[in-house]
Design a protein around this ligand. Structure first.
Ligand SMILES: C[S@@+](CC[C@H](N)C(=O)[O-])C[C@H]1O[C@@H](n2cnc3c(N)ncnc32)[C@H](O)[C@@H]1O
Length: 204
């Protein structure tokens, strides 16, 4: 199945929506004119949640099919602009945002630590970086156990697929716990994934 079709299904799965909703809940609703950039948006799940919180959202993905899927998603979700663009291109663009998010992006980059550094460059001083990633605790056995517990709802089988893709590849917690600024972690899916909210220091 092409990646955009797979992620479109995932973005409709109850457990995936719920965990992103929990993660987005770490941020307050936007104050006037606050911006949110989602990098590696896929079909736009997190961007829609940011739009619903009244941020002016820019959602970028380097895959044109992902952006086409995001644009085709039905419903009105606030002010969202989509663009085919990559992390490095966003840094080169020079625009900074109150919130920058990336869900399951760092793990697919060749150098996740460098990816985190680049994401931070996109955040305004005093802003926040929200990163959602599978944790080293994610495993096929735990995913199947959760699936058979009946807690996952429609689309729950996709958790098993996610666990298969991440087994032995999840990013270590220390990538985030070594963040030099304030940070908080929200465990998701019984700790199989985490949302990390990282504070970017303000100007002194
Ligand atoms: C694993 S998918 C995650 C999609 C979505 N954020 C989610 O959580 O469902 C990773 C996405 O990042 C995109 N991507 C990979 N490298 C990128 C880069 N350097 N800049 C922007 N997007 C990138 C891929 O095209 C893909 O859509």
């Amino acid at each position: 199945m092409p990646a955009a079709a797979l992620f479109t299904r995932l973005h409709g799965a109850a457990f995936y929506k719920a965990l992103h909703q929990q993660a987005a809940g770490m941020l307050p609703p936007a104050a006037a004119a606050q911006t949110w950039l989602d990098v590696g948006s896929g079909p736009g799940l997190l961007a829609r949640m940011a739009g619903a919180k009244a941020y002016a959202v820019r959602a970028v993905d380097r895959d044109t099919r992902m952006i086409a899927a995001a644009k085709a998603w039905p419903g009105a979700w606030g002010e969202i602009s989509y663009a085919v663009s990559g992390l490095a291109e966003e840094v080169a663009r020079g625009q900074r945002h109150d919130v920058v998010s990336a869900s399951s992006l760092l793990v697919v980059l060749p150098d996740p630590r460098e990816g985190l550094r680049l994401l931070a460059q996109l955040v305004k001083p005093g802003g926040r970086l929200l990163v959602i990633e599978a944790s080293p605790q994610m495993s096929r056995i735990k995913a199947w156990a959760m699936l058979f517990s009946g807690r996952l709802g429609p689309g729950g089988a996709l958790l098993a697929l996610w666990a298969m893709a991440r087994a032995g590849r999840a990013l270590p917690d220390r990538l985030f716990t070594s963040w030099p600024g304030g940070q908080s972690r929200l465990p998701l899916l019984d700790g199989m994934a985490n949302a990390w909210l990282l504070e970017v220091p303000g100007e002194t």
